[in-house]
Design a protein around this ligand. Structure first.
Ligand SMILES: *[C@@H]1O[C@H](CO)[C@@H](O)[C@H](O)[C@H]1NC(C)=O
Ligand SMILES: *[C@@H]1O[C@H](CO)[C@@H](O)[C@H](O)[C@H]1NC(C)=O
Ligand SMILES: *[C@@H]1O[C@H](CO)[C@@H](O)[C@H](O)[C@H]1NC(C)=O
Ligand SMILES: *[C@@H]1O[C@H](CO)[C@@H](O)[C@H](O)[C@H]1NC(C)=O
Ligand SMILES: *[C@@H]1O[C@H](CO)[C@@H](O)[C@H](O)[C@H]1NC(C)=O
Ligand SMILES: *[C@@H]1O[C@H](CO)[C@@H](O)[C@H](O)[C@H]1NC(C)=O
Ligand SMILES: *[C@@H]1O[C@H](CO)[C@@H](O)[C@H](O)[C@H]1NC(C)=O
Ligand SMILES: *[C@@H]1O[C@H](CO)[C@@H](O)[C@H](O)[C@H]1NC(C)=O
Ligand SMILES: *[C@@H]1O[C@H](CO)[C@@H](O)[C@H](O)[C@H]1NC(C)=O
Ligand SMILES: *[C@@H]1O[C@H](CO)[C@@H](O)[C@H](O)[C@H]1NC(C)=O
Ligand SMILES: *[C@@H]1O[C@H](CO)[C@@H](O)[C@H](O)[C@H]1NC(C)=O
Ligand SMILES: CC(=O)N[C@H]1CO[C@H](CO)[C@@H](O)[C@@H]1O
Length: 853
């Protein structure tokens, strides 16, 4: 039970203050502005006689009569201050190279619709400067266009320059060539590193200045970051750690951008640098800013967690995310929250870091394909709306706390007698107590916070999700199941005498490949004199996958995992009398992305023993990369230069080639590689990433089965698809699938707080007291079938359900009438709608599950 009793409707309308609507700040900033903020709170209720009354009107009038001369961004102990106004800002990470430029406008539009004010991105140094002094800012690397698109849509930008970024990105964003700069030590008080770091930082800052992208120039960038989570490695450098932190801050400030800089996870951030929190529970685990004059900001509120091969996806619930975000805002004075990630996207090519899967944060509010993930997206959107209604109280009010029960507190912010917001926290994770706050009774779900923008009416509860649940489906549209479709090219296993690069030791892999390839062949030959031909071969490696061949035949494979430093391949092998050739293919699945002394990290073979003999210091021959890579067999030109064979049976180390026509429509598409083992995929010469389906999770499924195929990589017909498969994967069983939302489900009960509906005129939000199920199919699709509908007490939730002992018999019919054939429908959860009350006096639930076609 919330603010108003069950039988009333609440209608809530907010006229967004101009300073919150963020759009066109570039055109208004130069004039003196005086904002008058109106907040109308209008509630209608319906009494027993079904008469509508105007219940209550609150007019909140806040005059921010600050004169602003020119655009500026600063901060105080409460928040960032933009043009003289404190701001409560919601931000989301979207990384430009993890999607394609044609997707950027819709990703940004969805972020805006979801209630974000800011888009945050890292800058990816190794994409922009692949070789010293050679820059690339085109296509997916076109950061300026990305920022201009954000500006065009009226959002702010938070730019995390780094230039070390971690980001589960290869080498943490540092170009690999830095490894070979004489005397370099990364991320410490080292002259060579500092020179290059300053050079690149200056390059980016100057580029932004030249395009007028800083807020003070009329652009969207309000906040910039230097370094990244440095505190986690600072201790390894002793005194030089702090010296580097101080130098970093000084170097950033000397860029003269006249805007705030931040250092995330850096409690000792010096001078004006704002230290910020990263994590999942910044409302509970963080010490706060290191000065009372710095605001409390959360730069990485993880919407999920990074995913590695061999592990399942981390499913962070919408409820947990909403709880911790709200807690941060109300308990930690939080005024800036960034979702990491809001859209994760795809690690195309070989860009992911060690063992990181190709799809990045698919569980984010916008999934890998850019589709809205419900209920996460909608639940957060409703929370943003509710918290924005509280901004003035939060940012300008006085804070008091009132204990309401053993684990229940009210956090109250009041700025004047009429500007008051309260947040009622239930920190008990089992019980749903009833508490009384200012003479009104509230029932609180376990581990939840209710938001009362006027201190009187709960409009949102973090644990009560009224957004529909979407189910994503993959529909095969192109199959590749005929032998005739495929051609093959087998990689040759090089023998010692076919390799020209030699060394008397086992070489470190990254220093040898220079990241030109994931693959390095280690070869040697041994002479077998005696008749004894069985031996134990032991190969120890630092990363990441080994495949051992004796005289060209595979004898065994082994691999490590994200948190395994080294692993051993151990096989009994047979030698023939005379010369035997041993070839070991060592494959990396991404470069490291973190840790102190990253430049000294080792990968590849460490020790080789055959029986009792030690071949670690021995004459080894090397081949960097694969023959197929050297010949670019994955491109149109390269593939026509080699002779391909007919497909017979799945082999190992095999290149497969075919073509396909692009499926019609504009829905996202993905390759289902469920029948493959491990390798990489190219489409029209562009790598869509590594795959590793054979490395199963503890539950026995692949970490990633579907691999994103951006439509912008395709032409209408005869697209070249090339797979490199290391194991025995079967290409006949892969398919090209269309990705869509095929099922929508809504679940509400009597105790739901009023729902904030976002449709309607921009800036106006309606609160509907009576809970309702609102179902909505994706664009151009309609509700074709009601799979389940029950008004009563259905058991379960949208994941799994059944009819309970209270059920309106006409539930199915009523919902079908309201929904079938429509793109969206709204069904009020009331007994009037469903006819006779099937169980008077009992609180009811409505659950509807429907198919979209
Ligand atoms: C720094 O950058 C400039 C170009 O912006 C380049 O000419 C110079 O060589 C760079 N210096 C180093 C040490 O990389
Ligand atoms: C770093 O700067 C702080 C002041 O911001 C100073 O107290 C400290 O001594 C400096 N440390 C080093 C190692 O330079
Ligand atoms: C920043 O301003 C100072 C003082 O005006 C000047 O000396 C310095 O060169 C400027 N730095 C940059 C990167 O523009
Ligand atoms: C929040 O702000 C209040 C008042 O300014 C202050 O007393 C309190 O310590 C702050 N809390 C944190 C966690 O910074
Ligand atoms: C906020 O509420 C407290 C206690 O109810 C009161 O003492 C204080 O004056 C109020 N502050 C403002 C700015 O209205
Ligand atoms: C909630 O309780 C847990 C322990 O049960 C505690 O760690 C946490 O700090 C509490 N949170 C708040 C906001 O009180
Ligand atoms: C609560 O109710 C009591 C008596 O009904 C009244 O005296 C008091 O002012 C009320 N408190 C608030 C905060 O409305
Ligand atoms: C990298 O290889 C070069 C020779 O190719 C060698 O001189 C250097 O020591 C190696 N560096 C590391 C860190 O192994
Ligand atoms: C890792 O290497 C160390 C020696 O460097 C060795 O003792 C250990 O057995 C290896 N671990 C595995 C799992 O191979
Ligand atoms: C093999 O040789 C390497 C270096 O030559 C040495 O580090 C390693 O300990 C030796 N292993 C054994 C088992 O003797
Ligand atoms: C493809 O997989 C299905 C089941 O997953 C299996 O029944 C079928 O035989 C496979 N087809 C081929 C060509 O391997
Ligand atoms: C700083 C922080 O909150 N880290 C947490 C991030 O989330 C992981 C996984 O839930 C926790 O293990 C960390 O402690």
């Amino acid at each position: 039970m919330f603010a108003v009793q069950c039988n009333k409707y609440v209608f809530f309308s907010l006229t967004t203050p101009p300073s919150l609507s963020t759009s066109q700040h570039n055109t208004t900033h130069s004039n003196v502005t005086s904002h008058t903020n109106f907040l109308f709170l209008i509630l209608f209720y319906k009494d027993k006689e079904m008469v509508w009354f105007l219940w209550w009107i609150v007019l909140l009038l806040l005059v921010h009569d600050t004169a602003v001369e020119g655009a500026n961004v600063s901060y105080d102990g409460r928040s960032l201050i933009i043009d003289g106004h404190r701001k409560l800002l919601f931000s989301g990470s979207i990384h430009y190279p993890r999607s394609t430029p044609d997707m950027w406008p819709s990703l940004i539009a969805k972020a805006k619709q979801g209630g974000l004010d800011v888009i945050q991105t890292y800058v990816f140094w190794n994409l922009h400067e692949p070789q010293p002094g050679q820059y690339d800012f085109t296509g997916r690397n076109d950061i300026v266009s990305f920022i201009k698109e954000i500006q065009r849509q009226g959002l702010y930008v938070s730019l995390r320059i780094g230039p070390f970024i971690e980001a589960e990105w290869k080498y943490g964003g540092l170009p690999f060539w830095l490894h070979d700069v004489p005397g370099i030590v990364f991320r410490t008080n080292n002259q060579a590193f500092k020179l290059h770091m300053q050079n690149f930082t200056t390059k980016i800052v100057n580029m932004m200045k030249a395009e007028n992208l800083f807020y003070t120039q009329g652009g969207p960038i309000i906040l910039t970051q230097i370094e990244n989570e440095y505190q986690t490695i600072e201790g390894a450098f002793h005194e030089d750690g702090q010296r580097y932190v101080n130098w970093t801050a000084q170097m950033a400030i000397s860029q003269n951008i006249s805007e705030p800089w931040m250092m995330c996870k850096q409690d000792n951030a010096p001078g004006p640098m704002i230290n910020t929190c990263n994590g999942m529970r910044c409302g509970e685990t963080w010490k706060g800013p290191n000065s009372p004059n710095k605001p409390s900001m959360w730069t990485e509120n993880w919407t999920s967690f990074l995913q590695v091969y061999g592990e399942d996806a981390n499913m962070r619930s919408a409820q947990d995310l909403a709880f911790h975000t709200t807690l941060f805002v109300v308990k930690m004075n939080g005024s800036f929250v960034n979702y990491y990630m809001y859209h994760g996207g795809t690690n195309f090519g070989r860009t992911s870091a060690s063992y990181i899967i190709t799809g990045y944060y698919d569980q984010a509010p916008l999934d890998e394909y850019g589709m809205i993930r419900q209920p996460k997206y909608g639940h957060l959107m409703h929370m943003h709306t509710a918290l924005k209604l509280c901004s003035d109280a939060l940012l300008y009010g006085q804070f008091t706390i009132e204990h309401l029960g053993p684990n229940q507190d009210a956090y109250i912010y009041n700025a004047s007698s009429s500007t008051c917001a309260a947040f009622i926290l239930n920190n008990n994770s089992q019980e749903s107590p009833q508490v009384v706050f200012r003479n009104t009774s509230y029932s609180l779900p376990p581990k939840s916070i209710s938001i009362l923008p006027d201190c009187k009416h709960a409009v949102f509860n973090t644990a009560t999700v009224s957004t529909q649940v979407n189910t994503r489906s993959m529909q095969p549209v192109v199959r590749f199941d005929s032998h005739q479709q495929w051609e093959v090219f087998s990689e040759t296993v090089p023998q010692f005498d076919q390799t020209s690069m030699r060394s008397n030791t086992l070489l470190e892999q990254m220093n040898t490949t220079k990241d030109k390839s994931d693959y390095l062949w280690y070869t040697m030959s041994v002479h077998q004199k005696s008749a004894e031909t069985q031996h134990m071969l032991k190969v120890n490696s630092r990363g990441h996958v080994l495949r051992a061949y004796v005289n060209g035949a595979l004898v065994g494979s082994a691999h490590g995992a994200r948190n395994v430093k080294n692993f051993t391949l151990q096989e009994t092998v047979s030698f023939s009398t005379g010369i035997n050739s041993i070839s070991v293919l060592s494959a990396m699945v991404g470069l490291p992305d973190s840790g102190a002394f990253m430049e000294r990290k080792r990968s590849g073979l460490m020790e080789v023993l055959i029986g009792k003999l030690n071949f670690t210091s021995y004459s080894w021959g090397y081949q960097v990369g694969l023959l197929g890579e050297k010949l670019s067999v994955y491109t149109d030109e390269g593939s026509s230069d080699v002779s391909w064979n007919q497909y017979e049976n799945p082999g190992t180390l095999t290149w497969y080639k075919t073509t396909f026509d692009t499926p019609e429509g504009d829905q996202p598409i993905a390759l289902n590689l469920g029948s493959m083992g491990k390798g990489e995929v190219w489409i029209n010469g562009q790598s869509i990433g590594r795959y590793w389906v054979s490395f199963k999770t503890p539950l026995g499924s692949p970490s990633q089965t579907w691999y994103n195929v951006p439509r912008s990589f395709l032409k209408p017909t005869r697209n070249l698809l090339v797979l490199f498969e290391e194991e025995h994967g079967n290409p006949l069983n892969i398919s090209l699938d269309v990705v869509s939302i095929n099922k929508v489900c809504g679940h509400v009960s009597d105790s739901h707080p009023p729902r904030i509906n976002s449709w309607g005129v921009h800036g106006h939000f309606h609160l509907r007291r009576r809970p309702s199920v609102h179902l909505r199919c994706p664009k151009k699709r309609i509700i074709s079938k009601i799979v389940f509908a029950s008004h009563g007490n259905p058991v379960g939730d949208c994941e799994s359900y059944s009819i309970g002992n209270c059920h309106s018999p006409n539930s199915q019919q009523i919902v079908e009438n309201a929904c079938i054939g429509k793109r969206q429908c709204l069904i009020s959860h009331t007994t009037e709608v469903f006819g006779d009350d099937p169980c008077p006096g009992t609180s009811k639930t409505l659950l509807v599950d429907a198919l979209c076609e």
